[in-house]
Design a protein around this ligand. Structure first.
Ligand SMILES: Nc1ncnc2c1ncn2[C@@H]1O[C@H](COP(=O)(O)OP(=O)(O)OP(=O)(O)O)[C@@H](O)[C@H]1O
Length: 265
């Protein structure tokens, strides 16, 4: 069996008295696309930071693409993991056209400088087409809408040909129509042959499109449940995740949450 995309064993991260993540184990196999759901402060961002090597474990093991934290050059490994998050968004240069932003992803560079190789230009042009943003190639970062920025950032991440693509709350700041367009794009992206494994972090079950096969629920730094989404996404589990009685409904492969008068089983 090929090595998993991601394998986390008994991960605990403590800082001072705070137990940020507590004995967390999780495996992502090739061909799976995961959603991580959890309330504010449940540890989602910390988990992502740990698997890109930015937050060191107190104990436990993290293996990404067959390489284990502490035994390998994490900087090299990072180039195989694409990440789209608010911290990357904030670092981009206002004046940079989208095509250069995408090219910069190959070199893990912010604010691309230097001459552009024609092969890189051709690849970035193809990627911009794949993220349905060809028309944005010459547009500067500062004028792009939030939805356009997300596509360009995904293009930037894809430029490094990642096997794992992490989308950390990518719908934050999108209006309902832009959000639906973006989610339809994520659905197409994940369904493409050879697509990287997706990890999509959100607070909202409405954002779980059918291409996601698995879900991980986090609560107070611990895994509440994980596995195939049909088994994990239940009213009972989500009520525990968000500490309130909630009812989960499913229609046409999409989910919706509403308040319930008591925890629904
Ligand atoms: N370096 C640190 N030192 C101490 N506590 C930390 C540190 N980093 C994170 N925490 C705490 O760990 C908890 C989890 O934080 P984290 O940002 O991972 O949550 P989250 O699920 O991403 O939340 P949100 O949905 O609000 O973004 C929080 O209580 C946070 O204050």
């Amino acid at each position: 069996m090929p090595s998993p995309i991601l394998d986390i064993r008994n991960l605990t991260i403590r800082r001072g008295e705070t137990r940020i993540l507590d004995d967390l184990s999780w495996t992502v196999q090739k061909g799976e696309h995961w959603v991580i759901l959890g309330a504010n402060g449940s540890g989602k961002t910390s988990l992502l930071s740990s698997l890109t090597g930015y937050l060191s474990p107190t104990s436990g093991a993290i293996t990404v693409l067959g390489q284990t934290f502490g035994e390998t050059d994490w900087r090299e490994l990072r180039t195989h993991v694409g990440i789209v998050s608010s911290s990357v968004r904030q670092m981009l240069a206002d004046h940079e056209p989208a095509l250069l932003t995408v090219i910069s992803g190959k070199y893990a560079m912010i604010d691309y400088w230097g001459s552009v190789k024609s092969a890189d230009r051709a690849t970035a042009t193809r990627i911009l087409r794949a993220v349905e943003a060809s028309h944005l190639a010459d547009r500067r970062w500062e004028v792009l809408s939030q939805g356009e920025r997300q596509r360009v950032l995904i293009g930037r991440a894809l430029m490094a040909r990642p096997r794992l693509l992490i989308l950390d709350e990518p719908c934050a700041g999108l209006d309902p129509v832009a959000r639906e367009h973006f989610l339809a794009f994520v659905q197409r992206l994940g369904a493409q042959r050879g697509a990287p494994a997706l990890i999509f972090v959100t607070h909202h079950v409405e954002e779980i499109v059918p291409v996601f096969s698995h879900a991980l629920l986090l609560r107070k730094g611990q895994v509440l449940d994980f596995g195939e989404k049909e088994a994990v996404l239940t009213s009972r589990n989500l009520s525990k995740t968000f500490d309130a009685p909630l009812r989960l409904a499913q229609k046409g492969g999409r989910y919706a949450l509403s308040a319930a008068s008591r925890v629904v089983r």
